[in-house]
Design a protein around this ligand. Structure first.
Ligand SMILES: NC(=O)c1ccc[n+]([C@@H]2O[C@H](COP(=O)([O-])OP(=O)(O)OC[C@H]3O[C@@H](n4cnc5c(N)ncnc54)[C@H](O)[C@@H]3O)[C@@H](O)[C@H]2O)c1
Length: 248
């Protein structure tokens, strides 16, 4: 028996990285998964390689696209039980160098995208009258200040905040909302960072991680699976840090 048997799950930013890994794990646990992204070719390819997954285009910053994708999921599968708000972009820029356009671009995807996803999915979940789980991917940059992340950090703190508000407003309607806070995880987002490209920098970075290694997409997917499944049925409005122990 799988831990997500019979559940319909939508994952944003699922063409690659953590979202794709969550798609693989969810399907292995019995879910029907709809991967979404703006990288259509990669997304179609990823979904084709996973038994139980399909792909739909979804730019998370678009209110109209959110409505259309959730309507399609309900029409095809009859319900939406799990939403993973995983899509995101990074921006490593000093505060004073961050332009308004930079800031608004990161907010549109990382923050407005999560707001639209939470609202659209919660309305559909309540209409279907089935319990739901929303998992929002924040970051350790949403738990503490990180240099060079004025825009990115602001959005990840906002995701943590919206998680708690959704949990309060929707708990009695059967919808749980939690946030996941990854540390440094090896994915396409980070593979060009020196911690991954320069072996000396990597060794030094790993020395500062209590568990002694960088994180993998599977480390995050396992936590997201727990929060998506009924095993976490008494958890809502909480932040779950997966960072090898850097932020005890
Ligand atoms: N990798 C890390 O070290 C790390 C650490 C903390 C938090 N995170 C967060 O984890 C999440 C997943 O990141 P990842 O590491 O897998 O990186 P990734 O770049 O591999 O994946 C992010 C995905 O989001 C998609 N995306 C970007 N803009 C989009 C948009 N407008 N609409 C829909 N999809 C869009 C990308 O195409 C990509 O497939 C992100 O929210 C990221 O901020 C990552």
């Amino acid at each position: 028996m799988g831990r997500l048997d019979g559940k319909i799950a939508l994952i944003t930013g699922g063409a690659r990285g953590q979202g794709a890994e969550e798609g693989r794990l969810f399907c292995a646990e019995g879910a029907t998964v709809i991967l979404t992204d703006v990288l259509d070719e990669e997304g179609e390819r990823t979904a084709a390689g996973i038994d139980g997954a399909s792909y739909l285009h979804l730019d998370v910053s678009s209110e109209a696209e959110w409505q259309s994708v959730v309507d399609t999921v309900i029409a095809r599968h009859g319900a939406l039980d799990v939403l993973v708000n995983n899509a995101g972009i990074d921006l490593d820029k000093r505060f004073e160098a961050t332009t308004l356009a930079d800031f608004e671009r990161v907010v549109a995807i990382n923050q407005t995208g999560v707001f639209l996803g939470m609202r659209t999915a919660a309305v559909a979940m309540m209409a279907a009258g089935r319990p739901g789980s929303i998992v929002n991917i924040s970051s350790v940059a949403g738990l503490q200040g990180v240099r060079g992340r004025a825009a990115y950090g602001a959005t990840k703190w906002a995701v943590r905040g919206m998680t708690k508000i959704g949990a309060l407003e929707w708990g009695k309607r059967g919808i749980r909302v939690n946030s996941v806070h990854p540390g440094l995880i090896e994915t396409p987002m980070t593979e060009t960072q020196r911690a991954f490209t320069d072996p000396d920098v990597r060794v030094r970075a790993e020395r500062n991680i209590p568990i002694g290694r960088m994180g993998t997409a599977t480390d995050i997917a396992n936590m997201v699976l727990f929060l998506a499944s009924d095993e976490s049925s008494y958890c809502t409005g909480q932040e779950f840090t997966v960072d090898g122990g850097v932020h005890p």
